[in-house]
Design a protein around this ligand. Sequence first.
Ligand code: MN
Length: 493
Amino acid sequence: MAMKDKYEFWFVVGSQFLYGNEVLDIVARRALEMADKLNRGGKLPCRVVYKATVKTAEEADETVKLANFDDRCAGIITWCHTFSPSKMWLNAIKKLQKPWCHLATQYNRTIPDREIDMDFMNLNQAAHGDREHGFLGARLRAPRKVIAGFWQDASLQKRIGEWMRVAVGVAFSKSLKIMRFGDNMRDVAVTEGDKVGAQEVLGWHCDTWPVGRLVEYIEAVSDKDVNALMEEYRRLYVFNTKNLQSVRYQAKAEIAMRRLFEENGIGAFSNTFQDLYGMEQLPGLATQRLMAQGYGYGGEGDWKVAGMTAVLKAMSEGLKGGTAFMEDYTYHLEKGREYSLGAHMLEVCPSLAAGKPKIEVHPLGIGGKADPARLVFEGRPGKAIVVSLVDMGGRLRMIVQDIMCVKPIMKMPNLPVARVMWRAMPNLETGVECWIAAGGAHHTTLSHDVSAGQMRDFARIMGIEFVHITQNTTLEELEHELFLGDLAWKLRS
Ligand code: MN
């Protein structure tokens, strides 16, 4: 179900009885008008619903209890039209289990020079009320998002919309189920992690499933279903191979995996070339297609990147830039033209493709299986981020780097996989030094649609460490931040 149908956000306005019923009527009327105009502004992915003007602790409590247990409510947006004493919000905010945005705005854009008097001041004192409300959030160390500005401005509505997408990602994450075919690749460290810890913090339910079950599902796929999917492939892709048997096997694998996922409510999956017992090929095209449909994926048993990719795809639903599982492969170190080349053995999501992908069949040097079909394409240029989630022992660290994707500077005609080329911030050398200092993985989620700011908000809501490498980052500052972060997170846990 689309996020606009599945979720809504509650607009909860703070006030008190001090100013009389006439003022409260105006507050309620304006809150309804604001919710309506926010919805009609075209910048929000989900609806805002005016829920209550809170005047007592009991009302705050009741609203939050309802929000916590309403699956449609993906978060609350609070605002104080008047002054709203915040001790009455304290117990409610402590109970709140949904993402919280504190909107610091006011009904009127300007101060009316001639008309302003004390009645106007008492009605329109958001600057006063929002500070009291804000102190409580700070005092409780509550993970809130503060957005300040005039509510009718497109730029402010856009920020609310971006935060809503984060909140949708949080709701998705808390019910995400990850299917692991086989374990992590032998001897690899960075793809490992504490699955119970990840479930506790992020909500991910991550379990192993036998490859043999998948093989049974693959064998049960009918020729008719394969034929229909082959037609779809012909519409969407250029066939650059005569080996149709290989493509048909991938179609079977796609249908089989999708069936398994739908039957078990799965949102992400991982597999490993070391455990393909009974399969003819490593799923390449099949995995690429499933990612394009919104499933998260991680190679070599990397369930962490599978989960992150699924979350970013959920956050960016309906956007067109692309979000994919990625791997840093190799560098171009020519002075002044330094780039990273990202790809994977097979599995790069075609949501990144600059043109029409080609289906090709080539041998795969590892895994000992038949030549797998895969989609080959170039990634599109533009600003993007790469996101890595690593287990530091006792806690998760999210590392985000700003990157600029470019059209690959060479054709690479013998490279048999999809390829993406980018310039890491602040530059390749410092960017790599910072990434390695922070322990970032070779596997990442690359996204054109989700911003680093949104990932910061996600990390804040989930209570995990966030490290951001930007065009202004220096190694010295980053090392200092990591050192202090280590101390702080040890105290927290
Ligand atoms: Mn890999």
